[in-house]
Design a protein around this ligand. Structure first.
Ligand code: SF4
Length: 454
């Protein structure tokens, strides 16, 4: 097989943080003169950006990698890179396990890809997993969308949730400066992007590591202050942020979201469990009562806000009654969407070593029961959109129906309607909702008539 020179392919597993890291690494490769190859078999640099949150994702990585390792035996100039959380966790051991691998690099090293790859191209096998201070603003991401973009605001996490590998693999919190974040958003605005999602593993921790205290004694730079600071970036019409932690979610932040017109009324706040004992075992640092109070406060300020979350079922020791508390929370709150997962023990985390693990059958049974309820509640929540006019930011063509375009409401509901993508991509459009489904909507474009001023 012939491969054209200097082509790369990246396969990304896992969360938005990984997707944002992949976009930055793609930008670095393009700066180095590499071109994107849709087909990995036609690329001579292959990068897997990996995730350890689920067993499934980890197994997939090894099967992809195995195929390319075989290919490398016939094509020795192929460069194989394993980045992300599996790389961080396994480190040097990976080079022994997969002798064809050239570079193993943890997520904190994403911005260093050029240096690391140059060492590889000179003939070294390289492991980069030591903690580093993340280098600021040297990368220009190659973004997958031309309408919406992610902007990292804080890397790492200082929490110690007992099920989570993130603190081990992504290191301690490192906030970017408000100036650097605003500059990146301004550049996105100039390039025609319309929506920015500010990203952090625990975004409410933003600014705690930056210097400065206010006269009232709080950190000078908080997520709330950041939202005010970036809320008027020209060209950017919508701002979102994720992922929030209930322990640090403040009324001040909620007030800012209500006040700032560009900040969307959509809150992604994982609760993980509706039972206080389980929350304690998870090391989450809040109670279900506190979580409910946060949602009540959001709804006091913004009655129509969308609420989405993450939940885990089958955590070690979770009893049927404790699981039912999660069902009760979900029934009471009525989430617009809930990402659910059965607990899976991750190496290097405290909960993985506990003896009170639940059987797979129990976990699957609970997951199914929870998902059933989530579908019912999401369908109920969708009803409120029926016959309403919603503002939709058009992102792309509907891949299943080229006569339709798709975009999202401010509440983050995926919405489809008939129109021409060439005319509407990146536009904010008023859409009358004519059909509602649990997790998406359909509608018709509304002619917007501007009021006549006399
Ligand atoms: S807050 Fe908890 S679950 Fe989230 S990344 Fe940090 S340790 Fe993991």
């Amino acid at each position: 097989m012939t491969t054209s020179p200097r082509r790369y392919h990246i396969t990304t597993f896992g969360c938005q943080m990984n997707k944002a890291d992949s976009e930055r690494m793609a930008g670095i490769l393009e700066d180095m003169g590499f071109e994107w190859s849709e087909d990995p078999n036609d690329a001579n640099v292959i990068l897997y950006n990996t995730c350890t949150i689920r067993d499934n994702a980890e197994h997939k990585v090894y099967s992809h990698l195995g195929r390319q390792a075989k290919r490398k035996q016939e094509q020795p100039d192929l460069t194989l890179i394993l980045a992300g959380c599996v790389a961080q966790q396994e480190g040097e051991a990976l080079l022994r396990r997969v002798p064809e691998l050239d570079l193993v690099m943890g997520p904190q090293h994403a911005n260093r890809l050029k240096d690391l790859l140059e060492q590889v191209l000179e003939g070294d096998r390289v492991v980069a997993t030591e903690p580093v201070h993340i280098m600021e603003d040297i990368t220009k991401p190659r973004r997958d969308s031309t309408v919406t973009a992610w902007v990292n605001v804080i890397y790492g996490c200082n929490e110690r949730c007992t099920y989570c590998v993130v603190p081990n693999v992504r290191g301690v919190e490192q906030s970017r400066t408000p100036e650097a974040i605003r500059a990146e958003m301004a550049e996105l605005g100039r390039q025609g992007y319309k929506e920015v999602t500010l990203l952090g593993q625990n975004i409410d921790a933003y600014g705690r590591d930056l210097p400065g205290v206010t006269p009232e004694g709080r950190h000078k730079h908080t997520l709330t202050d950041l939202l005010y600071y970036v809320s008027d970036v020209p060209g950017i019409d919508r701002i979102r942020f994720a992922t929030s932690h209930p322990r640090y979610f403040t009324e001040r932040l909620i007030k800012a979201c209500a006040e700032l017109p560009k900040v969307c009324e959509h809150f992604h706040i994982p609760f993980q469990s509706g039972d206080n004992e389980v929350l304690k075992a998870m090391g989450r640092g809040y109670t279900q009562e506190k979580y409910r109070r946060i949602i009540d406060t959001i709804r006091d300020y913004m009655p129509d806000a969308s609420i989405t979350a993450d939940a885990i079922v089958g955590f070690p020791g979770e009893t049927e009654a404790q699981f039912e508390n999660t069902l009760k929370l979900v029934a009471d709150i009525g989430f617009d969407q809930l990402n659910t997962a059965a607990y899976s023990p991750r190496p290097g985390t405290p909960a993985a070593l506990w003896e009170n693990q639940l059987s797979e059958e129990e976990k699957v049974d609970r997951l199914q029961r929870l998902n059933h309820l989530v579908g019912i509640k999401a369908a109920e929540r969708s009803q409120r959109y029926f016959d309403r006019i919603e503002e939709v930011l058009v992102e792309d063509r509907n891949p299943k129906d080229p006569t339709q375009v798709m975009g999202r409401t401010r509440g983050n509901r995926l919405t489809f309607f008939s129109s021409d993508i060439a005319q509407l991509k990146g536009q904010l459009v008023q859409v009358k909702i004519t059909e509602v489904r649990p997790f998406s909507l359909s509608g018709e474009i509304v002619e917007v008539r501007h009021p006549v001023t006399v």
